[in-house]
Ligand binder design. Sequence first.
Ligand code: ADP
Ligand code: MG
Length: 342
Amino acid sequence: MASLGEFDFIGQFLKTQAAQGQPFFDSPLALGIGDDAALIPPLPVGEQLVVATDMLVEGRHYRADVDPASLGHKVLAVNLSDLAAMGARPVAFTLAAALRSIDQQWLNRFLTGLFDLARSSQCPLIGGDTVGVSSDAPQSFSVTVIGAVPQGQALLRSGAKPGDALWVSGSLGDAAYAVSRWVTDPKLDWPSPRLALGQRLRGLASAAIDISDGLSSEIRHLLEESGSHGSAPLSAVIDWQALPLGPSLRLALQSRSISEDGARVFAATGGDEYELLCAAPAFAHDKIAAIGESMGLPLTQIGRLVETSAGPCGISWCDHQGQPIPSELAAECGRGGFDHFK
Ligand code: ADP
Ligand code: MG
């Protein structure tokens, strides 16, 4: 295996590839990798900057034997998911990498996954940092993504009101189900940040959050933030039969590898989904349904927000008829986000 130094890595691997297919660099005011810092051209009038950082650490967020292409994809995807949840569009990103060695083959695959998503999202890599760590230390990758959103129109976790409906995009549970069986799953390894959806929810959703830690824990974040900004404490009533199960869970149900209750607990608590959860007032219902249809992305109304405080953690889990589900199940659904390595 060829051994390269830090500067070869930056020069050969990054600089040339990062600019490919990125209209960002058409501006004479744009400057990417190679100088002491990057330059971002001014945003169009009326837009504000959005910044988010997420890090993936070996042994904690991913296994050492992960497909490097999926890891490259994922470290950018989880950051783009945060932009999506804000209703923002991507502008550019930086990458900080802590590497044990410059393993050219591994890094080539990593960068293929990274740059494929960067190009399809029109989000160029404009800088970063590369450090070496000792041979027994975990590797890690941290991305800072920069986005833009029309001034004052960002989707926040606060803003949800009693009476709002709760919606989720796509399907839930497959990523955590895969983790529990130590297998790979497209939902786990190749998450699709819901950028287009997030931008289309501006002006319709009253609050939004991405599901990185599991539905029930994200609902609680939304309740806490919205409740503390509004007048009354908020609770959520969730129709747990309405939770959209992922394709792997539905297959497992068909083959009876998992019980229906078990599958719904995965959907309620499983992390690493990168779907969007949003609250929206009644007037937005038909428009949100139409957005889902036009995008070919299922958008499911899973419950609603109410003023009275109810159940543990402010979430009441009910069946289609509105009857509470058994308390042991509700307690399982209310558990915090799924943690891969705990
Ligand atoms: P400095 O010593 O000024 O921090 P570096 O040698 O760390 O400079 O980086 C040189 C150039 O390479 C900078 O433009 C930096 O943004 C870029 N760079 C370094 N590592 C990465 C990386 N992992 N991803 C993207 N760009 C990087
Ligand atoms: Mg540096």
